[in-house]
Design a protein around this ligand. Structure first.
Ligand code: IPE
Ligand code: IPE
Ligand code: MG
Length: 248
């Protein structure tokens, strides 16, 4: 059974998820797309709780991409309202469970009210020592890389800093956070859709047809069990990896 802990289960330190399929889930039920987003929030709750319980250290959820502004106005508005009400409703329980919230993305496009709410919840949960929950909102991988490039260009001009992978990793939105070990995309599409482009270089990719509102603890455990079977080589040979393991 999927919930049985296999002897060799490896819990990823950092999981990044493209939560996709809310709209299709609602459509299949002849309901408006926003109904799917509301149900999607319940999945977020379950996944956050499960990750926290399993000892995952970082969970990054793609909530709104820099391209999602192209959606119909009422859907965008509905998503912003949902975002606001979720922050209000969940803040206390996040803090209580030691979950530390952090937003990644260009928040300047959001209303002042939403921006200050985000700040408030980030401050309220800052002392948490459990899961670090990163919500990518108005985030785009290309935006992230461009912003880092601009920052580094400025520092190069002023201080002549060395531009290398380390400097780059310290200039992107997820600075200080290790790259994701496991990437999950629900909803059947096999693409990255401008999520963490720099950070996913060596991440294990997992795609499932399950729509986000139907994704649950069991599905998450299936993804983690699949991840546990992968051999991460980072450019080395399989034999080298076996030897490294023995020597460790
Ligand atoms: C993902 O579900 C949620 C957001 C992008 C905000 P979608 O809304 O993309 O659902 P589908 O892909 O249309 O089914
Ligand atoms: C990716 O889903 C963005 C989020 C889940 C927030 P989309 O539904 O926007 O992706 P595309 O348009 O199908 O690539
Ligand atoms: Mg979609």
């Amino acid at each position: 059974m999927a919930n049985n802990k296999p002897k060799n289960r490896v819990v990823p330190q950092h999981i990044a998820i493209v939560m996709d399929g809310n709209g299709r889930w609602a459509k299949a039920k002849y309901r408006p797309r926003l109904f799917g987003h509301h149900r999607g929030l319940e999945t977020v709750r379950e996944v956050v709780k499960t990750c926290n319980a399993l000892g995952v250290k970082y969970l990054t959820l793609f909530a709104f991409s820099s391209e999602n502004w192209r959606r119909p106005e009422d859907e965008v508005k509905g998503l912003m309202n949902l975002f606001m009400s979720a922050l209000k409703k969940e803040a206390k329980s996040l803090a209580k469970n030691g979950v530390r919230l952090q937003l990644v993305g260009d928040l300047s496009a959001f209303s002042e009210k939403l921006q200050s709410k985000v700040e408030e919840v980030e401050n309220l949960t800052a002392g948490g020592n459990g899961l670090r929950l990163l919500i990518a909102a108005n985030y785009g991988g290309r935006w992230d890389i461009l912003e880092a490039a601009k920052k580094l260009a400025e520092q190069y001009k002023n201080e002549g800093v060395k531009i290398d992978e380390r400097a780059f990793s310290q200039s992107i939105a997820t600075q200080g956070i290790p790259d994701p070990d496991l990437f999950i995309r629900t909803g059947g599409e096999r693409r990255i859709s401008n999520f963490l482009l720099w950070q996913l270089a060596y991440t294990e990719l997992y795609f499932t047809d399950v729509l986000w509102p139907d994704f649950n603890k069991k599905e998450l455990v299936l993804a983690i069990n699949d991840f546990s079977q992968r051999q991460r080589r980072f450019g080395k040979t399989g034999d080298q990896i076996q030897k490294d393991k023995k020597d460790a």
